[in-house]
Design a protein around this ligand. Structure first.
Ligand SMILES: Cc1ncc(COP(=O)(O)O)c(C=O)c1O
Length: 390
């Protein structure tokens, strides 16, 4: 018997959920941009996977069911149809499969990438140079923003794909994906939004986002673990895309076990690959259920309040942020410029405050389980380390 079921209703972000996350008994956890905190429920889901393996060996049917549960849960999160969602093992696998479906040998061979893409997106784009692609970078202004005009200057009738991340993992900047997509569509290009740093913390709706593809995984604000990611593909686009990076779970009939041809599934399952990431499905589904139970709009509002408090406190300290101040240009991640970010992360870790670093910044990320006291504790500690703030 498996205990997993649909979401349990009614978690309120903030103090009410803290008891689900044991790490808060011993630390102030502000590092969801790297990995979401482990909940009791996600731990139980991993144990459920192990128990099933112990008791029954290969629970093949249940694994396939969990794969579909993950697809459905993710689809619900972004207001999509499950048939338009591929289940993958990473964003890298999803994006590689996607670009493998693009013809980059002709006139329309350009991939435009914002300077804030995650390394995997940039590296996959550049790998396509071996297939005839040209990669165009859209670089930020000195203040760190990437104005729309920069995208406008980079996207033209030679552009096949524009990669515009929702929230930058390195600066916390939030892009106006919709505006970029309007530009791209006017010039006949597709748009991929890597939303890893937003999913679960910001409400995302594929019906209004503007992008043609959305990708992200369960490691961060979705509260699961590594090995599970997704890609939503606009339904009316799916059949025109034939991935050459593929696998038997992308076939129109997995159980046909045929080696005679390539017959991709009619739905976005054509971007799936091999055996589903079974150990990651259990925690992934449990994490997404927890997020759904708290509701992303409620999480977003909660996180916004904490980010406002943090920014006000940083102003009082005279600190500089790499993250823009305007509400529409930021999400759950605030990057604080430091003269020595590694030393600052260490100094905070010594006080059991968990953060991370990228570039010249300390990364502080807020999620449903954070409370005002976490922000205040961090600000006090930053005050004691004022010399490390730029
Ligand atoms: C924006 C973004 N994209 C992608 C990834 C990871 O990609 P993958 O699932 O291929 O490891 C991360 C973080 O690990 C990320 O922050």
């Amino acid at each position: 018997m498996h205990a997993s079921s649909g979401p349990v209703r009614g978690l309120t972000p903030g103090a009410a959920v803290r008891s689900e996350f044991p790490i808060f008994e011993s630390a102030t956890y502000l590092n969801s941009c790297s990995q979401g905190a482990l909940s009791l429920r996600v731990r139980a889901a991993v144990q459920e996977w192990l128990a099933g393996w112990d008791e029954n060996g290969a629970e093949w049917d249940f694994w396939v069911e969990r794969n579909e549960a993950a697809r459905e849960r993710f689809a619900a999160l972004v207001h999509a149809e499950p048939d338009d969602v591929a289940v993958t093992t990473s964003v890298s696998q999803a994006v590689s499969a996607l670009v493998s479906a693009l013809d980059l040998s002709g006139e329309r061979n350009r991939i435009v990438i914002s300077e804030y893409e995650f390394p995997t997106v940039g590296q996959i784009a550049h790998a396509q140079e071996l297939r005839g692609a040209e990669v165009v970078h859209v670089r930020p202004e000195p203040d760190g923003r990437i104005p729309l005009e920069r995208f406008a200057a980079a996207i033209d009738e030679r552009t096949a794909l524009v990669c515009c991340t929702c929230v930058s993992f390195r600066s916390g900047h939030r892009h106006d994906v919709r505006a970029v997509a309007e530009l791209a569509h006017a010039r006949g290009a597709l748009v991929l939004a890597d939303c890893y740093q937003a999913l679960g913390a910001l409400e995302l709706d594929v019906r209004t986002l503007g992008a043609d593809m959305l990708t992200g995984g369960t490691v961060k604000y979705l509260l699961g673990t590594a090995g599970l990611a997704f890609m939503w593909v606009r339904g009316d686009l799916v059949r025109s895309l034939l991935p050459t990076q593929t696998g038997w779970f992308a076939d129109e009939d997995i159980f046909a076990m045929s080696i005679a041809d390539y017959s991709p599934h009619a739905s976005a399952r054509r971007f799936d690959s091999g055996t589903p990431p079974v150990p990651s499905l259990y925690p992934g589904v449990a994490g997404m259920e927890l997020v759904a139970e708290a509701s992303v709009p409620a999480i977003e509002a909660h996180v916004r309040g904490l980010v406002d408090r943090l920014l006000a406190g940083l102003d009082d300290l005279g600190a500089t942020t790499a993250t823009p101040r305007a509400e529409a240009e930021r999400g759950p991640l605030v990057c604080v410029v430091s003269t020595d970010p590694s030393a600052l992360v260490e100094a905070l870790a010594a006080e059991r405050i968990v953060t991370s670093t990228r570039d010249a910044s300390l990364r502080v990320s807020l999620h449903l389980y954070n409370v005002e006291e976490d922000v205040d504790r961090l600000l006090e500690a930053l005050g004691r380390n004022r010399a490390l703030l730029a």
